[in-house]
Structures are given as C-alpha cells and as structure tokens.
Write a protein that binds this ligand. Sequence first.
Ligand SMILES: N=CN[C@@H](CCC(=O)O)C(=O)O
Ligand SMILES: [Zn+2]
Length: 412
Amino acid sequence: MTTLIKNIQELLQVRETSIPKVSGTNMRHLPTIKNAYLLLDDDTIVGFGSMDDCKNIDADTIIDATGKLVLPAWCDSHTHIVYAGNREQEFVDRINGLSYEDIANRGGGILNSAEKLQNTSEEDLYQQSANRLKQVIAQGTGAIEIKSGYGLTVEAELKMLRVIKRLKRDFSVKIKATLLAAHAVPTAYKNNKTAYVDLIINELIPRVANEQLAKYIDVFCEKGYFNLTDTQRILEAGTMHGLTPKIHVNQFNAFGGIEVAVKNNALSVDHLEELQDADIKHLQQSNTMPVALPSCSYFLSIPYTPGRKLIDAGLPLALASDYNPGSTPSGNMNFVVSTACIKMKLTPEEAINAATINGAYAMGVSNMYGSITRGKKANLIITKPIPSYAFLPYAFGDNHIETVLINGVKAN
Ligand SMILES: N=CN[C@@H](CCC(=O)O)C(=O)O
Ligand SMILES: [Zn+2]
C-alpha cells in the first residue's frame, strides 16, 4: 500500500544518501525541502521532493500536510522505561533538602526501584512498561533503547529483559535492549561488590548473550557505584559475548570513565554532566557518540552536559530522554529538544540532528532510522500547523504533534 503525504510546508532532515551521524559544524545544517511531498510504500520511504515534481504521483492513501512539518520520529537512545511503580516520595524528599546521593545512601534510589521490581509480576511489569511505551510513541518517539538495571538479581534482570523482548514483539517501534545489571550494588552484596561483578560476568552476561536478550552492555561508572576496574571487567566480558558497550559515565564525577569506554569501543557515552578536557581528547579519537540527557539535569538540578563545547570541538552529540523513575520521570523528546536549545545553547538544527540521526547512531540503527532517506523506515512525525521548525523548541511545553506514523501506520 502506498501513502503520499503532500503539500508539506517543510520536510526536515532529508538526506539523499544514508549517513551514520553528523558532527561538529555539520550539525548546524539541517537539510530540508519546502513545499514538499513524501511517498511511502508500506513501511518504507520510497520518494520525496518538491511539490512541483509531484503532479504524476498517485497513491492508495493521500495525507494533506498543508501548513505542517514532517520529520523523522525521535530516536531515543537512552531509557529505563521498564520499571515498577514510581518514586515521587523521593522527589518530595529532594524538595525538602535531601540530595540524590543522600537518598541513595539511605537505601532509596535505584535500590528502592529494584525492591519494587523484584516484587512485581512479569505481567504487571509488562503492562506498566507498555503504557509508558505507548505514551512516548504518541509524543513522537519512533526508535528507543531500553535498559535493564532495576532487577539487580539474575532472575529480576532476566525478567526485565524478557519484558523488553515482549515489547519488541508487540510494538512496531524499533527497540534495542541493554543489559545494565551494574546499575547499583544490591544490598546483599554491599560488603562484597566484587562478588556481584563476578556474578554479572560469570552468570548474567553469558545467559543474556546466549538467549539473545540484549545487544548492549552498560555500567553506571560513578563514585559509590562501579569504578574503573569494575567497568573495564564488565565491558570486556560483555564484548567477549558479543555485547557492545554503551555506558553511564561522568554524571556526578569525572575520573577516567570516558577513556575506559573509548578503549572498549563504546558505541556511546551517556550523561557527561561533568567533563574534563582530557575526556574531549579521548572522544575526538573515537567513533563513540556522546549523549546528553538534559531532562535529567533539569529534574535533578545538576549541570547540563556541555553540549556546545563538545560540538565546538568537532564532535557529534546525541540527545536522549533517560526516562526513569528516579532522575527523569519523563520520556518526552520534545521537551528534551527544547531544553537542549534553551539550557545547552544548541541551535534548533543541532538539537534536531542530535535527537534524530545521532540518536539513531547511539543505538546502532542509523542505517534504517533517523532521516528522510529512500529505503529507511517510515517512522515519522507530522506536526500541527506551525510557522517553522524553530517553533518546535521555542514554544516549549505545548504539544505540536498531530500524527505519528510508525512503519507507515498511524500510531497515535
Ligand atoms: N544514573 C544512573 N541511572 C539513572 C537513574 C537511576 C535512578 O535514579 O533510578 C540515570 O541514568 O539517571
Ligand atoms: Zn540512564
């Protein structure tokens, strides 16, 4: 079945040939076609161009996009949407003066979510997670990475990954799974962290790889969580089993985690709120994508990732939501794009590149998602009538999305 979207006021992120990512000054360029058409064949983009060249094109379904913009659906490369319950009490505790660290030190934080998840049935966990997935699709997300990391036992981590597998089966949005067993040291191992790292390496990674439950391996490389030696050991073991590194690093402290990630050929390094010049040098010698999570900085009132500095150093940058119950209870990529412009001083072009093609790169799917390119999947946002693409981040907090297409089919 063919679909023609015609009279598009502006078609964004049009790439004649597929590119893996955009870096440095190239991020300032967002290729577009004004007064455009877009042709889909089932789930695939097969043509686009100026309306002047659309006269002889017919299709089974016609969508008139007069006054509207069309762009690739957001590619959210960092989420934790499989979790049980919420942590709004910790939010109130922080308002009343406790820090994220104080809360974690008294057994809250990730350990709180782990306890809730361990006591939640797989079916219930699936339903809660599916609801979040439906919500972010309606907000324009068309490709998403989802992490484990709130299980912290072999069984509970596998439960999370099975839920992700079921989401993959039931939803046509693109989903990639990441094993993040090294998200916090479980209470049972609090005096023997090495034994927990051994458990991840010797039991969990081989099982996850064997059952093909994840594509990526993640570690929360941070003071009080996992150090450089733990990170190196886990990334090495993951790599030996075919899992690609993609890590949480430099959220609160910069102490060499980026170098370890780069040496292990990490696909992405995520957070980077604390960054040193040496980190930038390591990234410049790599194919690793730096990923900023501005909604997390907003929610925790911590520094924003110096995205401007990274881009000005010639590096690429991706934006992701970090949707999770503790530091970012929102998966709204429209807010992420706005916040990156408002707080990190990215231009709208840079922010849209960061949330589409570079987000796709950071989850290993930029060959099929993240740009308007022939042969790529038709995962698209059609906006309401708006004056220009700069209006998207400018008029923050409003919903500018009218229609989301996933594999060419209306999803909202
Ligand atoms: N920083 C580590 N992990 C999550 C937060 C986890 C939580 O607080 O539940 C993050 O990416 O922000
Ligand atoms: Zn995270």
